[in-house]
Design a protein around this ligand. Structure first.
Ligand SMILES: NCC(=O)CCC(=O)O
Ligand SMILES: [Mg+2]
Length: 378
C-alpha cells in the first residue's frame, strides 16, 4: 500500500484517508502513527526510514545481482536463434544491404563460410533467402522451380560442408516474380489455388536439394496441407514444416525487400493475402488451419509489434512457436544506435528477451551471430 499526499490536508493510504495538518506534508511521526510496528522499530535508525507497513516488497528480490539472476524467469540462449542469410550469384563476394547495417548479401561460397561460423557458434539453424537475378524473374516465378536455382545450390553446398546446421527455406514466389507478389496473378489478384500448385513444386525442389524445414511465407489458403501431402507422397515425411501462420501485411519488411530486390519490382501491396495488422483473433483461425493441415511449428511475423499474437498462439496450440524479428525491426535498432539515441547492444538483447517472455521458442533474427558471439564471451 502506498501513502500519497492528495493535495489537500489529508493523507490517503489505500482506501483510507487520514488528517494531516495544513502546511505539513508526510512527516515521519504522522506515518509512524499509521504503522502497527512503530514502537519496536522506532528504536533503530533503520526503522526511521521504514515509512510504510508493507508485507510485500517486490524490490527485495531485486536487491542484488545474484538475487536477480536467481529469480530470473527467461533467458536468451544460442539455441533460441535462427539466422536469416541472403544469398546472391557470383563468387567470393558480398554486398552491403544499405538499409540493414551489418547485413550482407553473399555468394554461396561465403554463405558456406557463414554456415560454418553458425555451427561453431552453436546456432541451430539458418534460413536462406535469395536475391534472384532480375533477368530470371518472370510473371510466374519460374526460377523458383529450377532445381539448380540459387537457393538449391546454397542448400547443397551448405549441407555438404556443415550437415549439423538445420536449413530452413522460404516457400513463396516473391523473390522470383517480375511483379514482386508471392504468387501468380489473375488480373490484379494473386490467384490462391494456382499459386499453391507452384508452391508445392517449389517445396519439393527445396526438399530434394537438402532443406530440412520448409517455411511457407506466402499466406495462401491451404498451402500447408498441400505441401505436407506432396512431401509425404514423395517419401519426405521427415521434412518439417514451419508455417508462417500469422504473417501480417507490414511496413516493417521494407529493408528485406531492399535485400532481395523486390522493392523495385513490387506492384501494389500484399493486403489481400497477408493479414491486417488490426487483427488478433484472425491469427488463431490462421494457425488453427495450419496446425490441422500438418504444420510442425508456427511463426509470427513481424515480431516485436506482434508479441500479443506470439503469446496467444503459444498458449493455444502449445507447438514450437517462432517469431521473426524482421528487417525493419533490425533497422530501427541499428539506426537509433548509429545516431547515439539507443544503446544498440542493450536494445538487441532486451528485444530478444521480450520474445522469450512472450512465449517464443525461438527467434529469426539478423542479430543471431552477434548475439551468439556475445553469449559465448559470457
Ligand atoms: N519472407 C520474408 C519477409 O517477407 C520479410 C522478412 C524481413 O523483413 O526481415
Ligand atoms: Mg493461412
Amino acid at each position: 500500500m502506498r501513502a500519497l499526499w492528495n493535495g489537500s490536508n489529508m493523507i490517503t493510504c489505500g482506501t483510507q484517508a487520514y488528517p494531516n495538518p495544513p502546511g505539513r506534508f508526510f512527516m515521519h511521526d504522522t506515518v509512524d502513527r499509521l504503522s502497527s510496528r512503530t514502537t519496536a522499530k522506532s528504536d533503530t535508525p533503520r526503522s526511521r526510514t521504514t515509512l510504510l507497513d508493507l508485507p510485500r516488497r517486490p524490490r527485495r528480490n531485486r536487491k542484488a545481482e545474484w538475487s536477480r539472476r536467481m529469480v530470473r524467469e527467461n533467458t536468451v540462449t544460442v539455441e533460441d536463434l535462427i539466422w536469416p542469410i541472403f544469398v546472391m550469384d557470383g563468387e567470393r563476394d558480398r554486398q552491403v544491404v544499405e538499409s540493414m547495417p551489418g547485413v550482407f548479401r553473399m555468394t554461396v561460397d561465403e554463405a558456406v563460410a557463414e554456415a560454418e561460423r553458425a555451427a561453431s557458434l552453436g546456432l541451430p539453424a539458418i534460413a536462406l533467402f535469395p536475391y534472384t537475378n532480375p533477368a530470371l524473374r518472370d510473371a510466374r516465378g519460374s526460377e523458383a522451380l529450377n532445381s539448380d536455382n540459387l537457393v538449391c545450390r546454397a542448400l547443397r553446398a551448405i549441407k555438404r560442408a556443415v550437415p549439423e546446421v538445420g536449413l530452413i527455406t522460404d516457400v513463396a514466389l516473391d523473390p522470383y516474380t517480375s511483379h514482386g507478389h508471392d504468387g501468380v496473378l489473375n488480373g490484379t489478384d494473386v490467384a490462391n489455388d494456382a499459386t499453391v500448385e507452384l508452391l508445392v513444386r517449389q517445396a519439393l525442389v527445396q526438399a530434394e536439394a537438402g532443406a530440412d524445414v520448409i517455411a511457407p511465407s506466402d499466406m495462401m489458403d491451404g498451402r500447408i496441407g498441400a505441401i505436407r501431402k506432396a512431401l509425404d507422397a514423395a517419401d519426405r515425411t521427415d521434412v518439417q514444416i514451419l508455417a508462417y501462420a500469422a504473417k501480417y501485411a507490414s511496413c516493417f519488411y521494407g529493408p528485406f525487400r531492399d535485400a532481395v530486390g523486390t522493392c523495385a519490382t513490387l506492384i501494389g501491396d500484399k493486403r489481400t493475402y497477408q493479414m491486417d495488422p488490426a487483427n488478433g483473433d484472425e491469427a488463431l483461425v490462421e494457425a488453427e488451419l495450419d496446425v490441422a493441415e500438418g504444420a510442425d511449428m508456427l511463426m509470427v511475423k513481424p515480431g516485436l509489434p506482434y508479441l500479443d499474437v506470439v503469446y496467444r498462439l503459444k498458449e493455444r496450440f502449445k507447438l514450437p512457436t517462432f517469431a521473426y524479428q524482421v528487417s525493419g525491426e533490425y533497422a530501427m535498432i541499428e539506426a537509433a544506435a548509429a545516431n547515439g539515441w539507443l544503446d544498440g547492444e542493450k536494445a538487441m538483447m532486451e528485444s530478444l528477451l521480450a520474445f522469450k517472455r512472450a512465449g517464443a521458442d525461438g527467434i529469426l533474427t539478423y542479430f543471431a551471430p552477434r548475439v551468439a558471439e556475445r553469449l559465448a564471451r559470457g
